[in-house]
Write a protein that binds this ligand. Structure first.
Ligand code: SIN
Length: 307
């Protein structure tokens, strides 16, 4: 869009002793190599965690994990989060399949629209881990934007404004889009689409539509870094403001965070693992591979109440 962050942040990798790290883009993202996620030493894991907080998104190639191995890697970051959307695979309740079949003609895909994961929950997941099994020949990328860099790039006056604000996050608008655009199927998002037939939504869905209010600027609990906590999918209002007052602020910030210079984009291959810190970035999936199958598995790590 408008800004170039040169001089404000350089995505250089640190000098690591136990892993190799190669930045993906100027704004964020790093490829880690020289490790096997099924046999990580403590030293390797600590450097991977450091790389995650610095680069916001980490990915590795050639990691053919079983569901149990993905669970074990995920648990090194902390206990599983309660997932807002999907049910796990049999025997692995916390490994959530994100599968889109080749014949699924839905106009919306799981993860479409710039978002941070489940901010309508009282304690949204901190880290999300996504593993690829089957990938289209092209398309099906994931894109992230660095919301800490986006905060840094605001003027001091705008920073003072957003520092005071609190955002209302709700599942409501996304659910309406799912009801409109997704075919009913035996996939997580297909099952959510099926709730359009319900005469009354479950209490759980009603709670997620009611949502939660969180600070617009979050302080990372480990590094102390500040980041904008607002997105274009779930942020529906600003506490204490009318819709007319909040809409232009949410619109500006939604577009500010995701401008090209703050992003990185991953072209998936089978057997990749990518993970990101939802407190420091937003992301979205693309619905651009109709006729091809994409099979991914996701785990999420418990988060804290945003502060
Ligand atoms: C997600 O939003 O967690 C899914 C991203 C993807 O499937 O690329």
């Amino acid at each position: 869009m408008r800004l170039h962050p040169t001089g404000k942040f350089e995505n250089f990798a640190a000098q690591y002793a136990h892993i190799e790290a190669r930045p993906l883009a100027a704004a964020m993202g790093v490829e880690v190599s020289g490790v096997d996620l099924t046999r990580l030493s403590d030293g390797q894991f600590e450097e991977i965690r450091h790389a995650l907080y610095r680069h916001k998104m980490v990915f590795l190639r050639n990691q053919r994990l079983t569901h149990a191995q993905q669970e074990a890697f995920s648990l090194r970051f902390g206990p599983f989060a309660v997932d807002a959307y999907t049910q796990g695979v049999p025997g692995h309740a916390d490994v959530h399949p994100l599968i889109k079949e080749a014949d699924d003609r839905s106009e919306m895909v799981f993860g479409e629209g710039w978002h941070t994961d489940s901010p309508f929950m009282p304690e949204p997941p901190s880290i999300t881990i996504l593993r690829s099994v089957q990938i289209p020949a092209f398309g099906g990328d994931t894109i992230w934007a660095n919301s800490a860099l986006a905060y840094t790039m605001l003027s001091d006056t705008y920073k003072r404004l957003v520092n005071e604000l609190r955002v209302h996050f709700s599942l409501g608008e996304v659910l309406k889009s799912v009801h409109r655009a997704v075919e009913v199927s035996d996939s997580p998002i297909g099952r959510l689409a099926a709730t359009r037939e319900a005469t009354q939504l479950s209490e759980d869905l009603q709670r997620k539509i009611k949502g939660n209010i969180h600070p617009m600027v979050r302080t990372h609990p480990v590094t102390g870094e500040k980041a904008l906590y607002v997105d274009m999918a779930y942020a529906v209002g600003i506490d204490g403001m009318t819709p007319e007052e909040s809409a232009p602020i949410l619109q500006f910030l939604g577009e500010h965070i995701v401008q090209h210079a703050f992003t990185c984009r991953l072209r998936w291959e089978p057997d990749m693992v990518a993970f990101w810190d939802n407190r420091l970035c937003v992301h979205q999936a693309f619905n651009d591979y109709q006729g091809s199958r994409r099979e991914m598995y996701r785990t999420t790590v418990v988060g804290e109440k945003p502060r």
